[in-house]
Write a protein that binds this ligand. Structure first.
Ligand SMILES: Cc1cc2nc3c(=O)[nH]c(=O)nc-3n(C[C@H](O)[C@H](O)[C@H](O)COP(=O)(O)OP(=O)(O)OC[C@H]3O[C@@H](n4cnc5c(N)ncnc54)[C@H](O)[C@@H]3O)c2cc1C
Length: 393
C-alpha cells in the first residue's frame, strides 16, 4: 500500500475541493486532492451557471478568473414572468451597481484543474476515498482506492468536499450531527439546447402549469428548465413536448414563441434542502454540498461551496502561519449563518415561482409575492441583493 503524508487531505475535485486546494497551494500549505471520477467526467459535468459578484471577485483574486472574465456573460438584471407578462428586476441598480456572471460550473472546474496542474500540486483522479479514520486525533487518515492499488494518507486535517453522497459527512457519528432536510413536491427537468438565447437576461417564470427558467451558457447555447412532478421521468418528455411546454409557460403577449433547437443534454433533479450542523467533526471540515444543499431556484449551490472554502482556507492559513486555531473553531458557525440565509432565499424563490398543484390558497399567496416584488422597490431590492451578493462574506 502506498503511504502518503500531507498537511490537508482534500476529498473531491468539485468547485469546493479544487478552489480550496488552489488557495492552500498558493500559500505554500501542502495538500492532496482525491477525486473518485475521471478528469473528463468532472470537466464536463453540467450543473450551476450563475456566479455571484463577490464569488467572481474571489476567483479573479485567486488568479483563476481570466477565462470567466473573458467568456462569462455579465448580467445586470433578471426577468420575472407571470400572467403572460414580463417584469425586469434591475439587479445592478438595486444592488449597488453589482452584477452576476453567467459561466458554467464545468468551466470553473476546468480553470481550477488547469491552475492546479500548472502549480504541479497533486491531484488524483479515479481515486475513491473509501474510509476515514482517527478524525478526533491529530493524525487523521484516509484509505483511497485507485486502479493501481490502495493508498493510505495521513494528514493534519481532512476537508470533506465530496458532495452530498460522499464519504465525509457519513464519517460523523449520527448522534453528533443534526440533519435538517426538506424535499419539495417538484423536480426540475433541465436541457441544454443549441439555440440562441431568447433574451439577454435570465427569465424566471411562474405559470399555472409549473415553473420555467430560461438561462444561457453562450450566444449559441441555451439552458432551460421546466418544473415537473417528482414522479415524472425523462421517457414522458420527448423533445416536442419539452419545447411545447417551455413555449407555453414562457410565452408573453409581446413574445408568444421561443426559439427552438437540437437538445444536447437533459436530466431531471429533485429539489431539496439539506443542512448539516455542525460542519466540523474533530479534524474533519465539511465544505460545499457535503454539508448543505439548496434548491437551485436561488442559484446559490456553487456560490455557497466556494464561500465555504474561502473561509476554510483563511482558517488553515491562520493555523499554519501563526499557530492560531480561532478561525478553525468558528468555521462551522461562520458558514452556517450564510448557509441558512441562502436556504431562506432559495426557499423564498422556490415557493414564489412553483405553483402548487393542490393548494389554491398557496397559489394566491404566491401571486401576491410576485406582484409585490415587481411593484415594490423595497421588495425588489431584497431579492436583488440576495441574488447578486449573498455569499459576499
Ligand atoms: C444535477 C445538478 C444540477 C445542479 N444545478 C445547479 C444550478 O443550476 N445552480 C446552482 O447554483 N447549483 C446547482 N447545483 C448545485 C451545484 O452544482 C453544487 O452546489 C456544487 O457542485 C457544489 O460543489 P461541491 O464542490 O461542494 O460538490 P461537487 O461538485 O458535488 O463535487 C464533489 C466531488 O467529490 C467527488 N467524490 C464524491 N465521493 C467521493 C469519494 N468517496 N472519494 C473521492 N471523491 C469523491 C465527486 O465525484 C465530485 O466530483 C446542481 C447540482 C446537481 C447535482
Amino acid at each position: 500500500m502506498l503511504e502518503v503524508r500531507t498537511q490537508v487531505a482534500i476529498i473531491g475535485a468539485g468547485p469546493a475541493g479544487l478552489l480550496l486546494g488552489h488557495l492552500l497551494s498558493r500559500e505554500g500549505i501542502d495538500n492532496v486532492i482525491f477525486e473518485h471520477r475521471s478528469r473528463e467526467y468532472v470537466e464536463h459535468r453540467v450543473r450551476a451557471g450563475v456566479i455571484e459578484y463577490g464569488i467572481a471577485e474571489l476567483l479573479s483574486d485567486a488568479g483563476v478568473g481570466e477565462r470567466m472574465r473573458r467568456d462569462g456573460l455579465v448580467h445586470h438584471g433578471i426577468e420575472l414572468r407571470f400572467d403572460r407578462a414580463s417584469h425586469r428586476v434591475a439587479l445592478s441598480e438595486l444592488a449597488g451597481g453589482k452584477s452576476i456572471t453567467v459561466y458554467g460550473q464545468q468551466e470553473v472546474v476546468k480553470d481550477l484543474v488547469a491552475a492546479r496542474l500548472e502549480l504541479g500540486a497533486p491531484l488524483y483522479f479515479e481515486a475513491e476515498v473509501t474510509s476515514l479514520d482517527g478524525l478526533t486525533t491529530d493524525r487523521p487518515s484516509l484509505e483511497v482506492a485507485t486502479s493501481e492499488g490502495s493508498m493510505r494518507v495521513t494528514s493534519d486535517f481532512v476537508a470533506g468536499c465530496d458532495g452530498t453522497f460522499g464519504v465525509a459527512n457519513r464519517a460523523i457519528p449520527e448522534n453528533l450531527v443534526r440533519r435538517y432536510e426538506r424535499t419539495y413536491p417538484f423536480s426540475w427537468l433541465g436541457i441544454i439546447a443549441q439555440a440562441p438565447p431568447a433574451t439577454e437576461e435570465l427569465i424566471y417564470c411562474r405559470h399555472e402549469n409549473g415553473f420555467a427558467l430560461y438561462s444561457m451558457r453562450s450566444p449559441e447555447i441555451s439552458r432551460l428548465y421546466l418544473g415537473v412532478r417528482p414522479e415524472e421521468t425523462l421517457d414522458e418528455w420527448p423533445d416536442e413536448r419539452i419545447w411545447e411546454e417551455l413555449s407555453l409557460r414562457l410565452a408573453t403577449d409581446a413574445v408568444p414563441e421561443i426559439g427552438r433547437g437540437p437538445i444536447l443534454e437533459r436530466g431531471i433533479s429533485a429539489l431539496r434542502s439539506i443542512v448539516l450542523e455542525p460542519m466540523r467533526y474533530g479534524r474533519l471540515f465539511l465544505a460545499g454540498d457535503s454539508a448543505h444543499i439548496v434548491p437551485p431556484t436561488g442559484a446559490k449551490g456553487m456560490n455557497l461551496a466556494l464561500a465555504d472554502v474561502r473561509a476554510l482556507s483563511r482558517a488553515f492559513l491562520a493555523r499554519y502561519q501563526r499557530g492560531d486555531e480561532a478561525l478553525l473553531d468558528v468555521y462551522s458557525d461562520t458558514c452556517l449563518e450564510r448557509v441558512w440565509r441562502a436556504e431562506e432565499f432559495s426557499t423564498f424563490m422556490t415557493q414564489m415561482l412553483h405553483p402548487s398543484y393542490t393548494d389554491e390558497f398557496e397559489n394566491g399567496v404566491q401571486m401576491a409575492r410576485l406582484r409585490q416584488v415587481v411593484t415594490s422597490e423595497a421588495a425588489a431590492t431584497v431579492l436583488a441583493r440576495n441574488y447578486v451578493n449573498l455569499c459576499s462574506v
